[in-house]
Design a protein around this ligand. Structure first.
Ligand code: NAD
Length: 346
């Protein structure tokens, strides 16, 4: 049985903890901001070291969704759910049914989707308890849209930084060729870019080799590889005081979340004259695609067109950043804050 505890957290609209000792999990749903519409964000399942760590994660992730959704001008707010459990032993079906009941208590103000360790099949179970589920409909796998959004972001960076309208002949170093990085490499290759790639998973490199000619480098060398564009598509925190001085690129734009270890690292890139495309502006394609099935008939072409607007959003950020002599990540935050501070109807 679910037991709910409402938490008061400054700066957050609603945060609720759900304890279920029968099934063996504790979960949180955090709605950071719903000014633009119901809060949409995936359900992350993880065996955290402790409950405080899980709470910090759901707060950080839900806040991030508010910024991402606002900057993409979506009529949705920012939320997230996190489930703290041992995924290897828990009764998965019972857990996701209980999570469905939890979501239903928000009466549509929170919309759940897949995330780390939660799948489409899990969402089918959630859907038996609540209608407030995204990604079980027509929009499908978000990764191709995320990859396409990164490709559009790279085009914006190249226009702004290199004053070029084509990617022809540019060299892109891709860190991580999984769901998003692999697809991105294909799009860039088709557009006549030279691809350098690394991954810790040889199978993913192998799969890419069947579709793209590329130069492999060991994971540690990706930061010191000469290229025009470095595209982090694996991990967060990889732009930091160790890696930034070593970078031999003019542009950083990739799918990975939370690329800057700290805000200071955005300043560091700026001082080095490297154009950094703020990650949550770049990787919004997946959520843009999902949003296209909320309350309306899904249309793939429309989703693709909306994703391509990432290019103009970034150009707006870069131009403002230049005018104000500020790093792009600071401008992206200001722009997003303006967008979610106003009610959608305003
Ligand atoms: P993925 O797991 O499919 O791919 C990541 C790849 O990075 C894997 O092949 C993995 O082996 C590789 N990798 C891990 N550590 C590495 C290292 N140290 N060096 C080199 N390669 C390494 O994940 P994904 O779905 O492509 O997501 C990548 C990033 O993009 C994540 O940060 C994710 O949160 C973010 N993101 C993804 C989506 C999406 O739609 N999939 C949307 C928004 C953000």
């Amino acid at each position: 049985m679910n037991h709910y505890t409402r938490l008061q957290i400054k700066g957050y609209e609603d945060v609720v903890r759900c304890d279920n000792s029968d099934v063996g999990f504790t979960a949180w749903i955090s709605i950071h901001n719903s000014n633009r519409g119901p809060a949409l964000g995936g359900c992350r399942v993880w065996n955290y070291d402790n409950k405080d760590e899980a709470l910090i994660d759901v707060l950080r992730l839900s806040r991030g969704m508010t910024y991402k959704n606002a900057l993409a001008r979506l009529p949705i707010g920012g939320g997230k759910s996190v489930v703290h459990t041992d995924i290897t032993t828990v009764n998965r079906a019972a857990m996701f049914a209980a999570i469905g009941d939890f979501v239903e208590t928000f009466d549509g103000l929170y919309i759940i989707a897949e995330d780390v360790n939660s799948t489409l099949e899990d969402m089918e179970i959630v859907k038996e308890k609540t209608n407030h589920v995204a990604t079980v409909g027509a929009s499908g796998n978000p990764s191709p849209f995320t990859a396409y959004g990164v490709y559009c972001a790279i085009k914006a960076c190249v226009k702004f930084k290199l004053q070029r309208d084509t990617l022809d002949g540019l060299t892109v170093a891709v860190q991580g060729v999984g769901e998003t990085g692999g697809r991105l490499a294909e799009l860039l290759y088709k557009d006549h870019c030279n691809i350098i790639a690394t991954d810790i998973n040889q199978e993913n490199l192998q799969r890419l080799a069947g579709r793209v000619d590329f130069q492999r480098v060991p994971p540690a060398e990706i930061y010191t590889t000469g290229c025009d564009i470095f595209s982090p598509c694996a991990l967060g925190g990889i732009l930091n005081e160790q890696t930034i001085p070593a970078l031999l690129c003019q542009i950083v734009a990739g799918s990975a979340n939370n690329q800057l270890l700290t805000d200071k690292d955005g300043e560091r890139l700026h001082r080095r004259g490297i154009l950094y495309a703020p990650d949550y502006a770049v990787n919004a394609g997946g959520v843009i695609n999902i949003s296209c099935e909320l309350g309306t008939q899904y249309n793939r072409e429309k989703a693709k067109k909306r994703t391509s607007r990432i290019e103009s959003t970034l150009l707006e950020i870069f131009r403002t950043a230049k005018q104000r002599s500020r790093p792009p990540h600071v401008i992206a935050d200001c722009l997003a804050e303006n967008l979610f501070s106003l009610r959608a109807a305003a």
